[in-house]
Design a protein around this ligand. Structure first.
Ligand SMILES: NC(=O)C1=CN([C@@H]2O[C@H](COP(=O)(O)OP(=O)(O)OC[C@H]3O[C@@H](n4cnc5c(N)ncnc54)[C@H](OP(=O)(O)O)[C@@H]3O)[C@@H](O)[C@H]2O)C=CC1
Length: 447
């Protein structure tokens, strides 16, 4: 069986390593940093972690743990990045594959060959480059590390400091400053709350409203309600309406706190989860603003005609999918979209897989684990893919579903519903095994 190259030892990469190792499939994993954990390794020396010092995950422990290694019950419902990184260390130690990860080794190029891929790696400390050929490549380089700045940039010039959320670590340096946080995703809420504790003023500017979801509802971590057995068995419209009702009962309307009325229904945008934001708004410690219109020196003009003098702008405007080792001629990212069958398989290159390139309503880790099991089926010949036409049709249908449901935004190109996606992967594995057993010779993706 051909050897597998795993790119990245973050939460998805280590899930791949575990499954491959358990199935006896030979692999090498390359990680630019000196530790595993990716985004969840605070101050990761691979430069790719967007974690800030106070970060706690916003999906609960029970939902984020790997099936093959549950999280210790001693951990809180919403662990910190320190606890998550430690859990990942324990996961790798428990499964015993750390020696298969080449640390401080960056994958610089993946080039498809007639059979397999030539993978070029560079040792970070010596600069030494090595080429090796692999039958399969699993890309697990994450999608929350390459900052997305407003496109196009706002007109005018700003004389204050501008920073993207990726580079924010602590509120140190924001004391007494007039801070403008842009966006209404999870980074924006966390950073507005945190800076508002030390700043002179904190403004939170947004181009649309959001349904703010508390971390707890009725004494339970919210995602345990939204992913309960009932939620997993009922149609989407019922889940949406019941969730909307729960939010209204527990929290009232977001407009009651001074936020703009969302232009979309609940669950039609990636959820913004925060307990603290609404209280800080209620305390008057954060001032809501519409989008930036233009800059003029230290003055920010907003789209409602108001102006504020500002010292620092923190852009919480999201992240781009970035595959620096894959030339655009091999895999192209257009409008933050990559064409992948069931969000994993590149139909154009047999043996090229993407792991964790999803944004679930729920946590990525157990889904990455399930994706890795399917990839291992494909690598080991236990499952086969459908025809190229069927894969392309699935991609088209997924995109249509996304566009029909979600607010049009580059942040909504890889959304999946936790249970629905889990079932799709399970069904795909069964179908793939049937294709092998029936002797059906499916057309494998063209190179
Ligand atoms: N505690 C945790 O577990 C945390 C998790 N995360 C996760 O990390 C990921 C990234 O989150 P985040 O960094 O918040 O990014 P998101 O992509 O989720 O949000 C970006 C925000 O910026 C807005 N935006 C983008 N471009 C512009 C623009 N040109 N002008 C005005 N507004 C703009 C978007 O608006 P629009 O919707 O209109 O595009 C959106 O409100 C998410 O999956 C999130 O859940 C982040 C922080 C904490």
């Amino acid at each position: 069986m051909d050897r597998v190259c795993v790119i990245g030892a973050g939460s998805s990469g280590i899930a791949a390593c575990q499954v491959l190792s358990a199935r006896g499939i030979g692999f090498d994993c390359f990680e630019t940093g000196s530790e595993i954990g990716g985004n969840w390794r605070y101050l990761n020396d691979n430069g790719m972690s967007s974690a800030y010092r106070s970060l706690h995950i916003n999906t609960s422990r029970q939902l984020m743990e790997y099936k093959s290694f549950p999280m210790p019950e001693s951990l809180p419902a919403y662990p910190s990045h320190f606890q998550i990184a430690e859990y990942f260390d324990d996961f790798v130690k428990h499964h015993g594959f750390r020696d298969r990860i080449a640390f401080r080794t960056e994958v610089t190029k993946v080039e498809p060959l007639d059979e397999g891929f030539r993978v070029t790696t560079r040792e970070m400390d010596t600069g030494a480059e090595t080429d090796a050929v692999y039958g399969h490549v699993i890309v697990a380089n994450g999608h929350h590390w390459s900052p997305r700045m407003p496109e196009p940039a706002f007109p005018g010039s700003f004389t204050g400091t501008q920073v993207h959320a990726h580079d924010y670590k602590t509120p140190e340096g924001f004391e007494g400053k007039r801070v403008l946080v842009l966006g209404i995703g999870n980074s924006a809420c966390d950073l507005a709350v945190e800076t508002s504790r030390v700043s002179d003023r904190t403004f939170l500017a947004m181009r649309r409203g959001a349904h703010i979801v508390p971390k707890y509802l009725f004494g339970m971590p919210t995602d345990q309600l939204t992913t309960s057995w009932l939620a997993s068995k009922t149609p989407f419209w019922f889940q949406r309406l019941s969730f909307q009702l729960m939010l209204r009962l527990a929290r009232g309307k977001v407009t009651d706190y001074g936020l703009p009325r969302p232009d979309h229904k609940v669950l039609h945008a990636h959820p913004t989860v925060s307990d603290d934001l609404l209280t800080r708004l209620g305390h008057g410690d954060i001032t809501v603003k519409p989008n930036i219109e233009r800059f003029d020196g230290d003055t920010v003009h907003f789209t409602d005609g108001s102006t504020e003098q500002v010292d620092v702008v923190i852009y919480c405007t999201g992240y781009k999918i970035d595959l620096p080792f894959l030339p655009d001629s091999v895999v192209s990212v257009r409008d933050n979209e990559v064409s992948l069958y069931r969000r994993v398989v590149d139909p154009a290159h047999r043996g090229l897989y993407f792991l964790g390139l999803i944004q679930p309503l729920g946590a990525i880790m157990p889904l990455a684990e399930a994706q890795a099991e399917w990839i291992a089926d494909l690598v080991s010949g236990r499952a086969a893919l459908p025809s190229r036409a069927d894969m392309d049709a699935e991609i088209t249908s997924y995109r249509k579903g996304l566009h029909a449901r979600y607010v049009t935004s580059k942040r909504h190109t890889i959304e999946v519903d936790f249970f629905d996606y889990q079932s799709q992967l399970a069904a795909e594995r069964r179908a793939g095994a049937r294709r092998i057993q029936s002797g059906e010779a499916p057309s494998q993706p063209a190179r």
